[in-house]
Design a binder for this molecule. Structure first.
Ligand code: ADE
Length: 230
């Protein structure tokens, strides 16, 4: 077993690296990858940089170059579902690319021929997250995550994403990572803690809560890893 643990920003993986203690840093494809043995299991940690292209490259590298056989993503998201408050955890059941748009040719938003609107996350890992939450006395909400190369800070954009995807949260990497894992036959799990609600004040909320929410998500991910390696 070799587990990939990724985030998009340094703040999203820093709490994970702290937990690992020592690790080996390898430069590959213009990024850094941190390899360690955690409780007897090999892990590779990286932050991809923000967005679908960088996250695709990092997920693909972790699987194809570093030979990881499952992938856990930890980070922050903008909340759409009003039940999701700052710091709450959402685990993706399925994800879509909200900015993949060839609707001009009659296709649904998020769809291109040969693909599908949604990519499904691994059911076993989702169930495992619920067990972990129960043990910790906390909650994770399962829901739909919409991904796009856009920091959403506009209620109308948010409404449009709800209309097309019935999404509960949005971010900038989950679906691209999911598509890669799905294509390569690797089980994946996307966890996000809410940093803002994607409204006009989203950038202020993000600046205020990104780090604390990133820690909430990272700490939960490491509890998942504990359970997986157990
Ligand atoms: N990640 C966290 N908040 C976000 C937002 N409002 N839009 C896109 N990605 C995000």
């Amino acid at each position: 077993m070799k587990i990939a643990i990724m985030g998009a920003m340094p703040e999203e993986v820093a709490p994970i690296l702290k937990k690992l203690g020592s690790y080996k840093t390898t430069k590959y494809a213009d990024n850094e990858y941190y390899e360690a043995t955690y409780k007897g299991v090999e892990v590779v940690v990286a932050y991809s940089k923000i967005g679908k292209v960088f996250s695709t490259l990092t997920a693909s590298t972790m699987i194809q170059h570093f030979k990881c056989d499952r992938l856990l993503f930890s980070g922050v998201a903008g909340g759409i579902n009003p039940n999701l408050k700052i710091g709450d955890l959402i685990v993706a059941s399925k994800l879509a690319q909200h900015d993949l748009d060839i609707t001009a040719f009659g296709h649904p938003l998020g769809f291109v021929p040969g693909g599908s609107v949604f990519v499904q996350a691994d059911r076993e890992l989702i169930e495992l997250s619920k067990e972990v939450a129960l043990e910790l006395g906390t909650t994770v909400q399962e829901g739909i995550i919409a991904t796009g190369d856009q920091f959403v800070h506009d209620a109308r954009v948010k409404e449009n994403i709800v209309k097309h995807f019935n999404a509960d949260a949005l971010e900038m990497e989950g679906a691209s990572v999911g598509v890669i894992c799905d294509a390569l036959g690797i089980a994946f799990f996307i966890l996000r803690a809410i940093s803002d609600t994607a409204d006009t004040d989203a950038s202020f909320s993000f600046d205020e809560f990104m780090e604390s929410s990133a820690i909430i998500s990272a700490e939960f991910i490491m509890k998942m890893v504990d359970k997986i390696v157990d």
